[in-house]
Design a protein around this ligand. Sequence first.
Ligand SMILES: [Zn+2]
Length: 117
Amino acid sequence: MVALADVFRRFADDYLSRHGASVLPSHRRAIADILACRTHALGGHLWRCNHCSSEVYSYHSCKNRSCPRCHKDQTERWIAARETELLACPYFHVTVTVPAELREGCAPTSATATPRS
Ligand SMILES: [Zn+2]
């Protein structure tokens, strides 16, 4: 599987040189954070086993909210929680925008349905 950081390593410099003036600072920060995530750029910790003295070095994560590597576990928990809400039959979800003139006739019929304004 290709990681987002690999895509950024390959294309970010070219992309930013072409479109950098219009890239939001928060997006630049996300790219920089994702590129640095779990690399020597952010440092790390050396873990040593108290029993066998074996050592493992682990790099620090960036903790950027847009980093898929940092939020993989959180995303998987969210997906697992949503999967518990699925109906036990084949179905699909459709979202439509009802013209304002017709909305009054499309009032929600259950307590969980909410019209969007
Ligand atoms: Zn990260």
